[in-house]
Design a protein around this ligand. Structure first.
Ligand code: SAM
Ligand code: F3S
Length: 441
């Protein structure tokens, strides 16, 4: 049996794509996934180029695999994802050990690329964006437990001035509604109870319907909520400008829609938001959050922040800190701005010293941590509906997530895996909650 090892960098979209690479290669060549690279015959890197470090890591990682390849001729190395998409053929020239280069939209062509490189002994490269072809050529989804991801759209057309994604993943492209429903139905048949709809800008979803109409994310949620065995719906990542009134309304009328929202804001300063070309103001973002909280009082809000965008002043940063308080952000991904070659912001003069950026980042992260801890402490005593996902690390304990997406561990029998149960929160730890099973939901 041939073995496949995949190393994934970057976002949830990449995690999803990696699982699809494994599915494709299992179906075509019978590859089995292994967690031990040393026993693998095929090694894939699913790369990310959103920040500099992510990109550098790929090349330093590739350097380590020379001996691995030399030890057994016939071993194959493939590089996919956003770095591959950006570098194309030059990647195989720069790193001679690479046999295949494929982009986020051509991973379904892996079997053909593998055959090609074996036949020609030359690198096989395909980093095109062939419309929505990818989804039509993926094997049936395989459920692994009671939760699953379903990618409903690809790419991004927002062209924020700092971001490489529209260039590496292509423009926004939505899967037709019927395709999405067929994938969801297949997962539900396999016992899935919770679906997370995925997309780089998932609320920009505009799927064509059989009658020629267009289905947006709000309508898709209403349709999915009618499926009796589907208990919970999540979606990520969304864009503030696409967070429509209809989507906010869905939080009022659809209890299956989970209370955790991830809504990247990037900055609290209108001046910086303008330079970033985000397409909304601070007031517009805060207004959406206010209405979301009205619709769903127990809302948990996480966001993304970029610190030290070129020209960010102390005053701009203070506005970001103030926005965190106003929006009551309880979790965040935050990073120092990283210039991406080929993006408009890369041409801006960066005047903020690194030490200042680092101080600002530390301050923001410390405050978010505090707000997260406060949020978790408030949950103590409440009863949460939890979908039991698996056994926890500690013997006899089960693990699941609250509607607001916090991990919650509690004592219970394994037979509850895959069921919704009621758990009373008894303790808030740093990264998880502890609770006591009080009933089945
Ligand atoms: N669709 C999302 C949105 O509405 O902003 C963002 C997706 S983006 C791939 C994920 C995150 O990466 C962004 O929210 C941003 O915080 C971060 N990011 C993107 N480009 C970056 C850069 N050049 N430097 C630092 N962080 C960056
Ligand atoms: Fe990037 Fe902005 Fe799209 S951050 S993924 S260009 S919404």
């Amino acid at each position: 049996m041939s073995k496949l090892y995949i190393k994934t960098f970057g976002c949830q979209m990449n995690e999803y794509d990696s699982s699809k690479m494994a599915d494709v290669l299992k179906a075509s060549h019978g590859y089995e996934l292994t967690a031990d690279a040393q026993e693998a015959d095929l090694l894939l890197f699913n790369t990310c180029s959103v920040r500099e470090k992510a990109q550098e890591k790929v090349f330093s990682e590739l350097g380590k695999w020379k001996d691995w390849k030399a030890a057994r001729p016939g071993r194959v190395i493939g590089v996919g994802g956003c770095v591959a998409s950006q570098e194309g053929e030059s990647l195989a020239r720069r790193a001679r050990i690479v046999d295949m280069v494929f982009g986020p939209q051509t991973l379904h062509r892996l079997p053909a690329l593998l055959e090609q490189t074996r036949r020609t002994h030359q690198p096989a490269v395909d980093v095109r964006f062939p419309e929505i072809e990818k989804f039509d050529n993926l094997p049936e989804p395989r459920a692994e437990g009671p939760t699953a991801f379903v990618s409903i759209m690809e790419g991004c057309s927002k062209y924020c001035s700092f971001c490489i994604v529209p260039y590496t993943r292509g423009e926004e492209m939505s899967r037709p509604l019927d395709d999405v429903l067929a994938e969801v139905a297949s997962l539900l048949d396999q016992g899935v109870r919770e679906i997370t709809l995925l997309g780089q800008n998932v609320n920009a979803y505009r799927g064509t319907m059989a009658d020629g109409g267009v289905c947006d994310l709000a309508l898709l949620i209403h349709i999915l909520a009618r499926l009796p065995t589907l208990g919970r719906i999540r979606f990520t990542t969304s864009h503030p400008a696409e967070f429509s009134d209809a989507l906010i309304e869905a939080y009022v009328v659809e209890p299956k829609l989970a209370s955790g929202v991830h809504l990247p804001v990037q900055s609290g300063s209108d001046r910086i938001l303008g330079m970033m070309k985000r397409g909304y103001t601070r007031a517009q973002f805060l207004d959406k959050i206010r209405r979301l909280r009205q619709a769903r009082p127990d809302l948990a809000l996480s966001s993304d922040f970029i610190i030290g965008f070129p020209g960010e002043t102390e005053e701009d940063f203070e506005q970001t800190m103030a926005l965190i308080e106003e929006a009551r952000c309880d979790a965040a991904y935050s990073f120092i701005y990283s210039p991406r070659p080929g993006t408009p912001a890369a041409n801006l003069r960066d005047t903020v010293p690194l030490a200042v950026k680092q101080q600002r980042l530390d301050r923001l992260q410390a405050r978010i941590r505090q707000l997260g801890e406060e949020f978790a402490r408030k949950l103590v005593g409440s009863t949460q509906t939890v979908l039991v996902e698996r056994t926890a690390r500690r013997e006899g304990q089960l693990s699941g997530k609250t509607p607001c997406n916090r991990p919650l561990n509690f004592d219970g029998p394994e037979s509850l895996i895959g069921q919704f149960v009621a758990v009373q929160v008894t303790e808030a730890l740093t990264n998880s909650l502890r609770g006591r099973l009080v009933g089945t939901a």
